[in-house]
Design a binder for this molecule. Structure first.
Ligand code: MG
Length: 382
């Protein structure tokens, strides 16, 4: 079990839940980082007394520094500040709860310091899975997934040999628009898209869940985390979100991990692993579960999922370009600058037009990420 953590993205949904788990389990919060929500950050900092706080936005960082000038909290800013939080000597674990590819550099820096990575940032593995996993193996840094599906697979594989795994069954609820055709979704608003039936999450990931790009990103992430090929992963739609994912073993046995849909559970396990501790979360009551149902994904209705699975097979910078283009497009959709169905158009078009580099190094990945963002801004802004 870890003793002290740095929480990157502490004002977001996962960040706030991580802090609640840390307080419940008696884990010290040594560093916090946020983008610019400094009112919430100040409240957290005064309650938790971290040694160091970084604010990504420079102007917000200056305001925050003044706000906490009566304390002995050190304050940093920008990417440099986030990296300092990720590599802080006092922390033995870094929770990467930032949204988007901004999580990549701090994660690599934390791996270099052999910190445990409680990985909640999808884009890190989607963009640079080979580099990140190779670096973690080289440095001996543990990567423990926080995402519920990957935590489920991680738990199903605990204590097993690599050769026992036949395939990963990655479950997804199908989101708020399950079964709806593209034509029916033309006028979807941000409010409709973020209203997920089972999970309470941040805005970006909620939109990704609606388009099922989220499941696609998870597909790519699972390949890297568990060293499997696209053919070893099957996406299964399971609307009740009770089974968080499963593994099929070589003899045909299927092992599922179940629980209430609450991100607190995988967050807590990522911090207490390999131990388990009593938790404050509600329990599954099987006498009240009406039914658990399963269906195959309909790729015509979920083109983002298909695109991500295609990019997983293409490899190289394709997943990074797709993810960065999607990130920008979702941001534009949330600001009502882009129609819902155009999110897929932007991501697919970027993959087609930006071009794919095979076996990229980190610089090439960051350049591809930037090129995809520019492409969407230039071609999809109203
Ligand atoms: Mg998930």
């Amino acid at each position: 079990m870890v003793k002290s953590i740095s929480v990157l993205g502490c004002t977001g949904s996962i960040g706030r839940q991580t802090i609640a788990v840390a307080e419940h389990t008696g884990i010290k919060v040594a560093a916090l980082t946020a983008n610019r929500k400094i009112d919430m950050l100040e409240e957290q900092a005064r309650r938790l007394h971290p040694a160091f706080v970084a604010v990504y936005d420079e102007a917000a960082a200056r305001q925050f520094k003044i706000a906490v000038a009566d304390t002995d909290i050190r304050v940093g800013s920008g990417m440099e500040g986030i990296i300092e939080a990720a590599t802080l000597e006092e922390s033995d674990c870094v929770v990467t709860a930032v949204s988007g590819s901004v999580g990549l550099k701090p994660t690599l820096a934390a791996i270099d310091e052999k910190k445990r990575i409680a990985l909640a940032n999808k884009e890190t593995l989607v963009c640079a899975g080979e580099i990140v996993m190779a670096r973690a193996r080289e440095k001996g840094a543990e990567i423990v997934p926080v995402d519920s599906e990957h935590s489920a697979v991680f738990q199903c594989l605990m204590g097993r040999e690599k050769g026992e795994l036949k395939k990963i069954l990655l479950t997804g609820s199908g989101g708020p628009f399950r079964g709806k055709a593209r034509a029916e979704l033309e006028d979807v608003t941000p409010e409709q898209a973020v209203a997920h039936p089972n999970w309470n999450m941040g805005a970006k990931i909620s939109v990704d869940s609606a388009t099922m790009m989220n499941k696609g990103l998870e597909f790519i992430e699972a390949m890297h985390l568990f060293s499997v090929t696209p053919d070893d992963i099957q996406v299964v739609i399971h609307p009740q979100s009770v089974i968080h994912s499963m593994v099929e073993l070589v003899d045909g046995t299927v092992i599922a991990q179940m629980g209430v849909p609450d991100m607190g559970l995988p967050i807590q396990l990522a911090l207490t692993y390999p131990e388990r501790r009593p938790s404050m979360f509600s329990r599954l009551d099987f006498t009240r579960l009406k039914d658990l149902s399963f269906e195959a994904p309909d790729f015509e209705k979920t083109p983002c999922l298909k695109l991500a699975m295609d990019c997983a097979r293409i490899g190289g910078t394709a997943p990074c370009v797709m993810s960065a283009a999607n990130e920008v497009a979702v941001g534009m959709f949330l600001r009502r600058r882009l129609g819902y169905n155009r999110i897929y158009d932007a991501a697919a078009s970027a993959v087609e037009k930006v071009g794919v580099v095979k076996a990229p190094d980190l610089e090439t990945i960051l350049a591809a990420d930037a090129a995809a963002r520019t492409y969407v801004l230039e071609n999809f802004s109203k």
